[in-house]
Ligand binder design. Structure first.
Ligand code: PRX
Length: 695
């Protein structure tokens, strides 16, 4: 194939025309949920007809482009990038990366020399193209009947006002701004307002506790915190401003002081009831009233930071994953377009919160880059009834619905009429992310929700990857329940055995990624060494994902779950070390070890072994106090489901290392598979743990 025809193929697919529109300790398998289910690799293929408007309608077509994307990544992504506005073009040699520690510092650069702005590409570009009157956000409140629409022009005006306010309080390019907000339009608006002026946003999920907030604001040394008086989810009011005040007080004790706190008044907590520090706090409405709705864009370098997002690893405190502007933008836009077949005007709903990476890439940036109408829902999926999600689908005529297996399982547990009572004929594509989806839930999503006519895109990726890495493209090839199928363009997955040798053909191994992709994290904020050692030292030259994976004869990839000490609870990443350190901070706890176990709704639950301090006896009150400690130090979502007091201590090797494999087997009641326990310093610990289980 000649260079010309290659370029033509690329141009046809990615042209500008549419601008208007430490660990490998053995491979752990994710426990099969609901016991009797067949594992996903034994499932039959499902062929759901769908004709993608992107033009990629067959595996052959995909493979042609995929080959180009890995043979000439710089050229491939440059073509994609041309679909966006740039103030200044990138250098000809714009992709400069080194993933191999033996060759020096790990570094990743895309579109080097280029200047752009993601806010401009999400908003101004569409408004300038005559689409300012189109809906940008379709906001649905907690209570049915509470809603609001914001057009692209209105969103741009609101973003400019906030950008102007940020500048008025001295926020400059590169400064960090922390956001701790409910899922109201002002949250993505605040993200975009930071991006517009080159400030770096750090969204802290509003389910995190005051202590978790304190840790994050301190680490990123933000100048400003943006929050709301409160939020409401289901029947629960959340006093967000109170939590921020508590968090900032804790941070102050540790020597960090935020300069300004901007507070949006949410009806859930009226201003009279909101704690206030006049010297620091400012009401959103009053502040915006004084700001002009025009604010010039700061054209930033492609490698200037866009945002920080804290995530959990297998050890230590949360890591501030840093994403930069150009590569992230290009990949967010491109993956959203191809995976969801997203076109301007489509009504698209992603149920994630902006507090997680999915809410960054696939609720905010990706859909807005494509000019879509984005549904934002503030409440919980089962309020006031388990039919709410489907009522929202009917109300807005949602075309693409992207959600998490945990939500699917929780709604599947109810009578099917909750689904079928609502008209779902608008739905064309369904998506899942965040954790392995068990075949039964997949089947329900496919048959009951999608009536067998909507392809399900099971997208595998991570906070660190920035965008989806393994994913079906709708209609292009047969699907299989629980299987993420094939790599996205430019993504080169490899399976490594424990010695670091690449597994060829069908087989199983540790999933790593070879070669850099544009949306990759660039560093861990303030700790490049940790970045290198976490992701690039396990296997030299490869990005280590932490996930186990299987590849079959068709080349399909199926994720088998984490191989490290990270637990995935309802699709939320929880580090066992963080939960352990929270438990250990309580007076009653001498030692703690945390493992994951099979949970019918959450995917994985948290099982904590606790050795009590001398003089403390086991009691339900102590259990409660320990759970409360985790809630207050991390957040409710990380609260252990089970606490198991271990009077005889924890199983340790002679060198003092906790044998987690044994703890996992005891928690999942698989003691017949304990394996070799002869290397334990005290093998007598095991029968004691079995005796005390469930007590
Ligand atoms: O274990 C994988 C699981 O979620 C982890 C990444 O978590 P986080 O950074 O919070 O990002 C979640 C949203 C992108 C992965 O290492 N995971 C994510 N998607 C899938 C998945 N496991 C199986 N199948 C998926 N589709």
């Amino acid at each position: 194939e000649g260079a010309l025809s290659r370029l033509q193929v690329l141009a046809a697919h990615f042209g500008t025309a549419e601008a208007s529109e430490n660990h490998p300790g053995g491979i752990k398998r994710h426990p099969t949920l609901a016991g009797a289910e067949e594992p996903s690799h034994q499932q039959a293929s499902v062929n759901t007809p769908y004709k993608a408007r992107t033009g990629i309608t067959s595996r052959r077509e995909y493979e042609r482009l995929y080959r180009q994307s890995v043979e000439d990544p710089a050229g491939f992504w440059a073509h994609v990038a041309e679909g966006y506005d740039w103030k200044q073009k990138w250098d000809t040699e714009h992709m400069r990366s080194n993933l191999d520690l033996d060759r020096g510092r790990v570094s990743i650069e895309w579109f080097a020399g280029g200047r752009t702005n993601i806010c401009h590409n999400c908003l101004d570009r569409h408004v300038e193209g005559g689409r300012g009157g189109q809906a940008c956000f379709l906001w649905e409140g907690n209570e049915p009947g509470q809603d609001a629409v914001m057009t692209y022009k209105q969103t741009l005006d609101a973003v400019c006002q906030l950008s102007n306010w940020l500048k008025s309080v001295g926020v400059k390019k590169g400064d960090r701004v922390a956001l701790y907000m409910p899922l109201i339009c002002e949250l993505p608006i605040a993200m975009l307002a930071c991006a517009r002026i080159g400030a770096v946003h750090s969204v802290i999920f509003a389910g995190f506790s005051a202590e978790a907030l304190a840790q994050r604001v301190q680490d990123c040394q933000c100048r400003v915190v943006i929050t709301a008086s409160g939020g409401i989810r289901g029947k629960k009011t959340i006093p967000l401003k109170q939590i921020v005040d508590d968090g900032l007080k804790l941070a102050e004790k540790a020597g960090f002081k935020a300069e300004v706190c901007l507070v949006f008044e949410h009806p859930a907590v009226p201003r009279q009831k909101c704690p206030w520090q006049a010297a620091r706090d400012v009401w959103w409405r009053e502040a915006m009233a004084r700001q002009a709705s025009h604010c010039p864009v700061e054209w930033v370098g492609a490698e200037d930071p866009l945002f920080l997002l804290y995530t959990s690893g297998s050890t230590g405190k949360p890591k501030g994953v840093l994403h930069t502007t150009g590569g992230y933008m290009v990949m967010a836009g491109c993956t959203t377009k191809y995976i969801f077949d997203l076109q301007p005007d489509d009504v698209y709903w992603c149920t994630a919160d902006c507090g997680w990476i999915t809410g960054h890439t696939y609720l905010t940036y990706g859909p807005l880059l494509n000019g879509a109408q984005v549904v934002l829902y503030e409440g919980v999926p089962n309020y006031p009834s388990p039919g709410r999600v489907w009522q929202i689908v009917e109300k807005y005529k949602v075309r693409q619905l992207y959600t998490a297996p945990t939500l699917i399982r929780s709604l599947e547990a109810h009578d099917a009429h909750f689904v079928t009572d609502s008209d779902r004929s608008s739905l064309r594509i369904l998506g899942t992310v965040g954790e392995p989806i068990n075949p039964r839930a997949w089947d329900w999503f496919n048959k009951v929700v999608g009536e067998g006519r909507c392809p399900i895109v099971d997208t595998w990726w991570q906070t660190e990857t920035g965008a989806a890495m393994l994913t079906p493209l709708p209609g292009a090839w047969p699907l299989r329940p629980g299987c993420a199928t094939l790599p996205f363009f430019g993504v080169q997955p490899v399976l490594l055995d424990e010695k670091g040798k690449e597994v060829q053909g069908a087989g199983e191994g540790i999933l790593c990624l070879k070669a850099a992709w544009p949306g990759a994290l660039r560093t861990i904020y303030g700790d490049h060494k940790r970045f290198e050692s976490t992701y690039f030292s396990t296997f030299k030259g490869y990005y280590f994902t932490g996930d186990g994976c299987r590849r079959d004869e068709e080349g399909y990839y199926t994720i088998t779950g984490r191989v490290d000490d990270v637990i995935n609870v309802s699709g939320h990443r929880v580090g066992t070390a963080e939960v352990e350190s929270a438990l250990q901070s309580h007076d009653t706890c001498a030692e703690a070890a945390v493992v994951g176990f099979d949970h019918p709704i959450k995917g994985q639950g948290i099982y904590a072994y606790v050795v009590l301090a001398d003089g403390t006896s086991a009691s339900p009150e102590v259990k409660k106090a320990l759970v409360a400690t985790v809630r207050s130090q991390i957040g409710a979502f990380a609260a252990p489901d089970s606490i198991h007091f271990a009077p005889g201590g924890l199983p340790k090797t002679r060198s003092g290392k906790i044998m987690r494999r044994v703890l996992r087997k005891i928690a999942t009641k698989e003691e017949d598979q304990l394996g070799d326990t002869s290397t334990l310093a005290d093998p007598g610990v095991v029968p004691k743990l079995l005796e005390t289980r469930g007590k």
